[in-house]
Structure formats: structure tokens, C-alpha cells
Design a protein around this ligand. Sequence first.
Ligand SMILES: [Ca+2]
Ligand SMILES: [Ca+2]
Ligand SMILES: [Ca+2]
Ligand SMILES: [Ca+2]
Length: 409
Amino acid sequence: MIRAATLVLLTMLVATVGLLIAGAGAASAFPGQNGKIAFVSFQEPELSGIWVINPDGSGLSQLTHDSADDEGPAWSPDGSKIAFYSDRDDANYEIYVMDAEGAALTRLTDDPAFDVQPTWSPDGSRIAFSSDRDGDEEIYVMDANGANVTRLTNDPGLDNGPAWSPDGTKIAFVSGRDGNAEIYGMNADGTGQTNLTNNAASESDAAWSPDGSKIAFDTDRNDPDPDNCIPVRVCNVEIYVMNADGTAPTRLTDSLGIEAEPAWSPDGSQIAFSSFRGLKTIIDIFVMNADGSGQTMLTSDPGFEFQPDWQPLGGPPPSTPTATATAPATATPAVAGTTIPTATAALPTPQPMATRVVVVAALPRAGIGGGAAPEGGVASSWPIAALALGAGAVATVSSAALRRRRGWW
Ligand SMILES: [Ca+2]
Ligand SMILES: [Ca+2]
Ligand SMILES: [Ca+2]
Ligand SMILES: [Ca+2]
């Protein structure tokens, strides 16, 4: 028998993985020196929220302490603020901004729809985000104080996960308009929408390199049977990088498990990401060199850590970044692939969770577009299964509201 609290926990953990692999978005890297990595930790309520950590594993600090669901941290281009979304004031998520220490919280949206996934313009004057306020998910832009909301996309397919280019002229996003999730690009005024990927698999989580020349993303295209990995195993998700025009996609990770949510370092030498791999049963933040080498686990604790975003500091780096960057100097060396390194930092150990959970499947991906997916709808079932070790229970989540909330496909 599963206690109600366990079911809630399962639902939230499953939702976390759903988010991890589809549509966190908002990873825009702005050039500068490498500051802290912000991320979301999901664990005991008092420890859940937005945290920061230095890339060498020091300086771990919890920024938000609300019992609500705070997600999608996005550093402002000058590194002084973090935009994020939260259900702390209502159940439909709003976008907020706070300073780098977690103070000076300001709410930017107030709409009965889901308002999520903020991404800053490089001059800091505007924030793009995704919302279903007009019936299905679209990309919007507003002033950085929440005024002058303007819709940029208008397509019956799902459109979410915006990422503003470092030069300000483009916004990458995820769209299901052609039948499955692809990375799209458009001009910052919404014109010129075009797909940058064209693959039957799901592509998500576009992230610009700080020089604007490349876009990293995640995809399940290497899974041998991505339509049927649910609910029997973990779908294989990998991080790729391509030129900003969609050419030359190159695979950066290669492990049985999920590597997702890439976020570039401001000096362009590294990429932070979240991973659920090998024998690990939880999600942690990792860092790798921009060519995929030197994968190092940065967080290690009983919770789930995901949605990294790297703080830019002090403008462009003093010298031209090179391709020979190394992993964080004080981090424990790691072997790329499935070997799990010793943690370089540990969050405070919370009380043991009621149930140790392994999520064995994720990635709803079928039925997008083509008129099959009811927009803003309630009919589609996107089963996500979770196996709760100990309780021996399998929970299935098919809530359309949850799917929409998380940007699932
Ligand atoms: Ca809202
Ligand atoms: Ca749409
Ligand atoms: Ca695709
Ligand atoms: Ca993988």
C-alpha cells in the first residue's frame, strides 16, 4: 500500500524527470567570466528551491526557501538577477525575478494561464517566456518589469522553451508544429520562424553558446526505440551541439541514461547539464568541456538537481577563450560516460525520503501536432511510469495539466 505522501512524491519526481527531458528551455549564455551555476533542487520541502554553486563545487547556497515549486532559473546578462517561475502565489505559475542572493523578489506576470521558462534579452531590457494564455503554448516577450506583453508565435502546435541569442537578434525555441519536437529559430520580433532540426525524435532545451555561433540541445534520437522505452527503461537522451543555422549536429554525450538541459559557461569553454545515468537513481548537475570531454559530477545528494544556468560576470573574458579549457581545477577527475565520480560538493543531507525512487521511464513524445494533440487539451495521455523501490509501486501520471505545466510533449 502506498501512502498518499508517497504518491505525491512520486508524482513530483516523475514530473521532474519529465521536465528534465523536455522543454526546460531558457538557457541563454551571455559572454563574460564564469560565475556561479544556478539550478533547481528537488528534495525535502525545506531544501527544495533554487540553489547556486561555484563550478569548482564550493559556495553552495540555497536562494529560495518557499515551499512552492521554484524552477527555470535564468541569469540576467549582467549576472545580477535571476528570473524564474513559481507556483508560490497561485497554481498556474508566474514569472518572478530576484537578485543574485535571492532577495528583492518581484513578480512579473499575473495571468490565469501557465507562465513559465523566462529568458533574458542580452541588454536586460526584456524577457521572453512561454505561456498558454491564448489557448495553447506560445512564445511571448515582455519588458523586464512585466509590462507590454507581446505574443511572438501563433501556431496550433506547442511552442515553448525560448532561448534568446547573445546578439539579441534571434530566439530559439521548441515547437511541435511539424509533428514532433524540433528546435526552431526566429527573429526576436517573431518573424522568420524556421526549424533548425528535422528529426523524427524529440529535440528540446536549446542553449546558445555565448558567442552565438552554436546551439546545444538534447534529443532521444540515439535511443534504439524511443517510442517504446516507456515504461520499461530509461530513454536514452543525449546532448548535441549544432551551428546556429542548424548545420553540423554533433553528439557530445554517450551514456545509457539521460543527459539534458545544456547550459554554456559564459567563457564558452564548458557546458553544464543535468544527468540521470548509469546506476544513479537521481538527477545531478554535471559539467563538461564544450567538446563533451571531462564530464564531472558537481552535485551529489539524495535530491534531484536539474535546470542549470551559468552566471555571467564582468563582461567578456579578458582573453580569447580557447578550445583547450579544462574541467574545474578543484573538481574530482571524472571519467566520461557512465562512471560516476566522487562528488565534489554535497548539499545538506535531508531527512531520508519516505521512498527511494527510481524513475524507469520518461519522454512522452508521440502524437504531437498533426491535429492529434488537443491544444490546451485534456484528452492526451502522456504516461510516465515510476517505480518506487521499497514500496514496489508503479505510478502513472497522465495529467494534461501537469504535462502543460511542465512543457511536456
Ligand atoms: Ca500565470
Ligand atoms: Ca502554439
Ligand atoms: Ca524532432
Ligand atoms: Ca544518454
